[in-house]
Design a protein around this ligand. Structure first.
Ligand SMILES: Cc1ncc(COP(=O)(O)O)c(C=O)c1O
Length: 361
C-alpha cells in the first residue's frame, strides 16, 4: 500500500546518540537539554520571536486560546481536521463557523465581520494545506473589533507568505509535529507567539501553572515535550532538506502528469513558499469517492482530507447547519490528498494519472 504520508525516519545512530545522553543523565522530560536545543534550532529556522514546544498540535491550539484568556465565541472554519474545532471547545470557548473562500479554502474574511457579536473574542484561521489565510484582511478585522487571532499552522511549518515567515501573523501560530507531518517529533507540537507576555504565559501553562517550587499561579496542564520526542526532532531536522526537495520534485511530477485531465483542479498557495505538506486535487463531487476507490484497488491510499466538516459532528453539543457553509461542504466532498512524500516514485505518479484519466476523463 502506498500511504498518503511517510514519516521521515531518523538515522538510528544519530538518534541513539541523543538517547544515550538521556539515559546516561536519566533525564527524560521537564525542560531537558534536548528540548531546549530543539526549541532554539526551530526558533532560528522559523525566524520566530518566541517558540514554546508542547506535546502535540491539538494541545497547542487549546493552550494558545487559554493563554490569551479566550472563553467566549471564536470564529473559525469547519474545513479542517477535527483537532482545530475540538481544541476550541477544550479551551472552554464556543465555535462559530463561517464559510471558506472558494479559491483558497481558508476562512473567508468577507464573512467574518457579519459573524461578530458582543461575545466574540477571537478568530482561529487554518492555513489549510499550507495555503495562507487572508492574513492582512483578518488582522484589519481583528484590530477594528479588538479580537485575538490564532492561526492553526499544522500544515504551514517553515513557510513564508510574501517573504514573511508565516508565524509572524496574528498573536500566535500553532504547529503539529505529528509523525505524518513534514517535520515531526513522533508526537509533538509548538506555539509561536508574537509577544513575550504570551510566550511567558504559555510556558507557565504547559507546566501545570507552576511558577516556582512553592508558587502555582494558574490552572495549567501538562503539555511539556519529552526528551525522547525532542531527540527524534533533532535527528529528523538533519533530514528535512532532503525530504523537502523530494516533495518539491514530486509536486512538479504530479502537476505534469495530471495536467490536462478534465475536471481536476489543483490547490496551490499563491505568493507563498511551498510548505511541502500536501498535494491536493479538487474533483467533481460525483467522482471523488469513485476515484479514491479505484486508487485504493491499485494499492494507493489517497485520503479525503477533510471529510466530513468538523461542524457535522453531532457530538459537539451545538448544532451547526452545513448549508450555512456551502463552499466548505462542497470542498469536503471534492478534495483528495494524494500520497506526498519521498517514497512516491515516477511509476506511482504515472499509475495515479492513468487511474485519474480513466475515472475523470
Ligand atoms: C489542521 C490541523 N490542526 C491540528 C492538528 C492536530 O495536531 P496533532 O495531531 O499534533 O495533535 C492536525 C493534525 O494532526 C491538523 O491537520
Amino acid at each position: 500500500m502506498l500511504f498518503v504520508a511517510r514519516p521521515i525516519a531518523p538515522d538510528l545512530e544519530t538518534l541513539s546518540r541523543y538517547l544515550k545522553g538521556c539515559i546516561e543523565q536519566r533525564r527524560f522530560t521537564n525542560g531537558g537539554p534536548l528540548e531546549a536545543t530543539l526549541e532554539l534550532r526551530l526558533r532560528e529556522l522559523l525566524s520566530a520571536r518566541h517558540l514554546c514546544l508542547v506535546t502535540n498540535g491539538t494541545v497547542a491550539i487549546t493552550l494558545a486560546l487559554t493563554a490569551l484568556g479566550i472563553r467566549g465565541q471564536v470564529i473559525t472554519t469547519p474545513f479542517t481536521f477535527s483537532a482545530t474545532t475540538h481544541a476550541i471547545i477544550h479551551a472552554g470557548a464556543e465555535e462559530v463557523f463561517v464559510d471558506v473562500d472558494p479559491v483558497t479554502l481558508t476562512i473567508d474574511p468577507k464573512l467574518i465581520e457579519a459573524a461578530i457579536t458582543p461575545e466574540t473574542e477571537a478568530i482561529v484561521g487554518v492555513h489549510v494545506y499550507g495555503i495562507p489565510c487572508a492574513v492582512d484582511e483578518i488582522s484589519a478585522i481583528a484590530k477594528k473589533h479588538g479580537l485575538a487571532v490564532i492561526y492553526d499552522g499544522a500544515h504551514a511549518f517553515n513557510m513564508t507568505y510574501r517573504g514573511t515567515p508565516i508565524g509572524r501573523f496574528g498573536d500566535a501560530t500553532t504547529y503539529s509535529f505529528h509523525a505524518t507531518k513534514l517535520f515531526h517529533t513522533a508526537e509533538g507540537g509548538a506555539i509561536e507567539a508574537n509577544s513575550s507576555d504570551l510566550a511567558e504565559r504559555l510556558r507557565l501553562l504547559r507546566n501545570f501553572g507552576i511558577e516556582s517550587e512553592d508558587v502555582i499561579t494558574a490552572c495549567g496542564t501538562n503539555a511539556k515535550m519529552s526528551e525522547v520526542s525532542a531527540a527524534v526532532g533533532l535527528a529528523v531536522l538533519d533530514l528535512l532538506g532532503a525530504e523537502y526537495d523530494a516533495r518539491a520534485k514530486l509536486r512538479s511530477l504530479y502537476s505534469d502528469a495530471l495536467k490536462g485531465i478534465p475536471d481536476i483542479r489543483f490547490l496551490e498557495a499563491k505568493e507563498a513558499s511551498d510548505a511541502g505538506s500536501y498535494f491536493i486535487i479538487y474533483v467533481p463531487v460525483s467522482k471523488r469517492d469513485e476515484l479514491q476507490n479505484q486508487l485504493r484497488q491499485s494499492g494507493i491510499l489517497a485520503r479525503r482530507y477533510f471529510y466530513p466538516l468538523t461542524s457535522e459532528g453531532a457530538y459537539l453539543g451545538r448544532q451547526h447547519d452545513h448549508r450555512a457553509t456551502p463552499i466548505a461542504f462542497e470542498a469536503s466532498r471534492s478534495v483528495l490528498a494524494l500520497p506526498y512524500h519521498g517514497g512516491v516514485t515516477e511509476q506511482h505518479v504515472a499509475l495515479i494519472a492513468e487511474i485519474a484519466r480513466r475515472v475523470l476523463g
